[in-house]
Design a protein around this ligand. Sequence first.
Ligand SMILES: CC(C)(COP(=O)(O)OP(=O)(O)OC[C@H]1O[C@@H](n2cnc3c(N)ncnc32)[C@H](O)[C@@H]1OP(=O)(O)O)[C@@H](O)C(=O)NCCC(=O)NCCS
Length: 295
Amino acid sequence: MAQTQPKRRTVDANASKDPSIIRLLDALKASLGPHAFDIVDHWKSDLFAVGIACPNNHGVLAYMSTYGQPDGRYSVSLELPPQPGDDAPYTDAGKYEVQGIEALSEVIRRHFQRGNRPQGLPNNSAHTAPVQIQRTLATEHTLVRKLRLAALRDAPDAFGETLNDAMERPDEYWIELTDSLAKKHAMFTATVEGAVRGSVFGIRDDRNPNGGRLGGMWVDSAYRRRGLGLALLEAVVDWATSQGFDAVRLWVPVHSPRAKSLYLKASFKPTGITSVAESTSPFEIEEMILTLPSA
Ligand SMILES: CC(C)(COP(=O)(O)OP(=O)(O)OC[C@H]1O[C@@H](n2cnc3c(N)ncnc32)[C@H](O)[C@@H]1OP(=O)(O)O)[C@@H](O)C(=O)NCCC(=O)NCCS
């Protein structure tokens, strides 16, 4: 038997919403907090949809619809402010079908972090230069080598590789790695004031074909606490989402609370799995996971 769809009604701007939307807004307030969003409903006439925006930046918006959805399932379209020079009123940041308030809250929480940190930088930072996130190209093996060596020199206790090991690798290694980062995996750089200040890898997870991994996260120590780590992390999450992955996993050294708090801030959760990384001396690492909404 064909499923009956609710009739999509168009009414005047003051009409109240369908009860499914009222319930949805109440549940989001309970989950995210009463001041986590502003209702900016540009679609008043659509009773089965509502828009909410980041209180610090109304251009960072989520448009949610319950129309034709079974109870507890939501369609959500994310929007960001237009790019400079772009005529479009907004930038499309993806559309998702989400099951349950918890998953929806997660999508919105992560999206609104962008509004709290325009262009990846914190609102409360004295530093105002914009950060540019770029994916490395197959030809950029010199840059990839330079960044990896800089990360290992600067943070020798953060990665499962020593500076000496990396320095001894032949050119062919970097050429092959860079090629696979451009084609199979991904590497993103953060440029501020004309120079690269940080980088991160997005890796296809051989053990979880539907999953991705984040690795090699590093920000130049002179540019930390300005949102670069978060902006790089978002680039990997966006890449993983575009690949259709269901989760992003990573290893974090247990001795690095700053790295762990970065990942916690981006809604990663510990999986409870630990291991040991081999570097100059072995150190304990723990796994964290971010579950992605299904596209
Ligand atoms: C971890 C690292 C990548 C963070 O980069 P960053 O650009 O400073 O991070 P952000 O500015 O985006 O910080 C985002 C959030 O992470 C947390 N965080 C970052 N550095 C922190 C620190 N030193 N102390 C406490 N929390 C910290 C905070 O919650 C911060 O948000 P806030 O500034 O609003 O409080 C950087 O410190 C680094 O490169 N460390 C050495 C290498 C390393 O440990 N890599 C991780 C391997 S798993």
